[in-house]
Design a binder for this molecule. Sequence first.
Ligand code: FES
Ligand SMILES: [Fe+2]
Length: 412
Amino acid sequence: MFFNTPYGAYHAREIPPPDDELTRVGPGTPCGEYLRRFWQPVAFARDLKDVPLRLRILGEDLVLFRDGGGRVGLLQLHCAHRGTSLEYGLVGERGIRCCYHGWVFDVDGRVLETPGEPAGSRLKDSLCQGAYPTLDFRGMIFAYMGPPDRRPGFPIYDTFDLPGYRLEPAARFTLPCNWLQVKDNSMDPVHTAFLHARSSGYQFTAAFGALPELEWRETSFGMIYVATRRVGDHVWVRVCDFMPPNVHQFTRELEEAVGEKTGSRPVIIRWAVPIDDTQTVNFEFAQIDDRWHLSPDAITRPGFGQSGDRPYAERQRRPGDYDAQSSQRPIAIHALEHLASTDKGVIMLRRIVRDGIRDVAAGRDPKGVLRGRAGVIRTLTQDTVLRIPPESDAAAERRLLRETGRNVVAGG
Ligand code: FES
Ligand SMILES: [Fe+2]
């Protein structure tokens, strides 16, 4: 429905509710249960020091720690005895000891000690602290928060190992808004030409300012966009992947498109994990080329405009992703949107998510859940630059760009 009354704000003040099915993430909600069917990053291993780490993930309050034996535990925050927060617990050789009465919990939630109870007490054998399984994968700690009997395999993407690059846990940054609008952005490549180039100065390279020819396609593991641009005598094809439910990967924004290359993959892989309905934390892995000589700080710092740490006036003058995404309201209202031709990817992404949510509700595995020996997942993210002179008329040029993009995806 298009509202088309000039000076008509008076008639357009009603704000409908958000799409609860796609945006609510708490325990028992359809989307919350869907997201819980996948391994989700909850912290970087580097953040686990000698004290416990208090976390909020998918609307649940939790505590993360690594005990003296090197094992990682993710427990419900409040002690099973009388609720004291385990963020004040003492991390031991084995498990964590609640500060209040000294009960000790193992990483799987079993009670190891109840020191105030009489000798021979069976109390400790009769209860557990709530715990979730974890996995330390290359310095990123993942948790599985779904039903225990539905725990999936851990997906291995081909971009975890790339010749010439080193995979590093990179930036983490929080946005004060719902997870879905953070992810919508990943299949919205036209914003790279506006937000990151024309609207607020070139945040990446000048090549990003060329309006791309766009296509989106569903793949066996998720979906891709193909953004093909004319840059002088070259055609630059940028492909990015979305892997449901909340992962995407893209090439580092370095491409100048001045020389030929095929299948260049300086990727960043990013998970958008809901803290709750209106806060989202992004975790990144980055492939690092040692020839870039990046300092550790440069590896872990969020990219320009990704976080809210710049002064407001500066963010107004030179807005970035943080500003564009979080200002769509705490939870974007889909019923008020006017989706256009460049939003096909957003529509496709939401459809994949909605199908997954309904699969889970119907007792099926959603797309992206792995069972058995899945092998390495072949993804398509890349920059390919080819020397192809421009066509003389606009229609032929668009056709050329589109076909070049398709050939790159087809591996031609
Ligand atoms: S509240 Fe934790 S041991 Fe008593
Ligand atoms: Fe962006």
